[in-house]
Design a protein around this ligand. Structure first.
Ligand code: KG4
Ligand code: ZN
Length: 341
């Protein structure tokens, strides 16, 4: 089965063609970073308008590489920005009707969660998924496609959101995660010590808003001392990243110990972070477990993960019928297992 995938949930227009027999056929991605950078974050209305401009040209581009017809279309149905989601859903559903093929709305985080399966070796079920993106920090027990049990969730800011806010405080541009990571690589270990939120009590939930306040206070106090030079900023970025990474690693270790599941996958934008990967690599060796992650370009938003997730569910006979909807809020544990997987 050959599936066209369309991702427009936030600030990236991603489209791809994935074939169940032949694998990835083609992909195209357009990032809106330049559009939003002057506002310091994503402006939803601008995002929607840009998806309208870019989605069809990108689809035309990937179709050139597909020598065979498309059998079905998968589009991101949620969670994400309402207007942005509507663009991909409307285009996906309409094209499917015009071509006389089935269409299916896909959960964006399920796309992220299955992305490590595009790699070789691919993880096998069951596994624990750490989903770390701009909007989510979740630990999920994954028994199969659609068989998700939420083990832990963010009570306030997501990890990516915390990175983005820390970046702003440090005078860095959007999207902040990669910028903070770059600055942190020049930081001095041990100069600042940041808290590891919620690691002293049991449970697998996350909270990063206190860390954000701690960062803000540290910056203010260094500024008061007239001490906020480039090196100090780098040292603060280092301490911040180290605290987030440590906290995530502590919770992942706990999830492995609690469930007895020995495969861990990480996915979502923050999973591109090198320090996080390194820390988790060390942790899984200790726990006799294995770590899987997507290549960096499939950590952040892309059309490939939607085409892949769509292909798995469409193969199982699932379709969305003629109606379509966009779901800005959509808890991942509301998903149902694909029909026969
Ligand atoms: O998955 P994603 O592309 O979009 C959402 O679904 O939210 O994740 C974007 C998030 C942003 O907050 C961005 O700052 C963060 O992922 N991010 C990173 C890195 N690359 C992207 N955070 C830390 N380190 C990185 N290398
Ligand atoms: Zn995402």
């Amino acid at each position: 089965m050959r599936v066209l995938g369309i991702e427009t949930s936030c600030d990236e227009t991603g489209v791809a063609i994935y074939d169940s027999e032949e694998g990835l056929i083609s992909e195209a991605l357009y990032s809106q970073i330049d559009l939003h950078i002057e506002y310091g974050g994503v402006v939803p209305e601008l995002a929607s308008r840009d998806h309208i401009r870019k989605t069809i040209p990108l689809i035309k581009q990937v179709l050139v590489d597909s020598k065979k017809p498309i059998d079905a279309i998968a589009y991101t149905q949620g969670p994400g920005l309402m207007g942005a989601l509507m663009v991909g859903a409307a285009i996906g559903r309409s094209l499917a009707m015009a071509w006389g093929v089935p269409a299916l709305g896909i959960h964006h985080m399920e796309g992220h969660l299955l992305a490590p399966m595009l790699e070789n070796p691919a993880p096998e079920f069951p596994f624990i998924a750490l989903l770390v993106s701009g909007g989510h920090t979740q630990l999920v027990d994954v028994q199969g496609i659609g068989k998700y049990r939420l083990l832990g969730d963010s009570l306030d800011d997501a990890a990516g959101e915390a990175f983005d806010k820390a970046a702003k405080m440090l005078g860095l541009s959007y999207p902040g995660g990669p910028q903070v990571a770059k600055l942190a690589s020049k930081g001095t270990p041990g100069r600042f010590k940041f808290p590891r939120p919620m690691t002293n009590r049991p449970g697998l939930d996350f909270s990063f808003s206190g860390l954000k306040t701690f960062t803000l206070n540290t910056i203010a106090s260094e500024r008061d001392k007239d001490n906020l030079d480039g090196q100090t900023r780098a040292d603060i970025a280092y301490a911040f990243e180290e605290a987030v990474v440590d906290t995530l690693a502590i919770k992942c270790r706990r999830a492995i110990q609690q469930t007895g599941i020995s495969s861990l996958i990480i996915a979502g934008g923050v999973s591109a972070n090198r320090s996080l990967r390194k820390k988790l690599e060390e942790m899984v060796v200790d726990e006799n477990a294995r770590l899987y992650f997507p290549r960096p370009e499939y950590c952040t938003d892309n059309g490939v993960m939607i085409a892949f997730a769509g292909c798995q569910r469409l193969l199982a006979g699932e379709t969305s019928g003629l109606q379509f909807s966009a779901q800005p809020r959509w808890p991942i544990d509301e998903l149902k297992p694909a029909a026969n997987v």
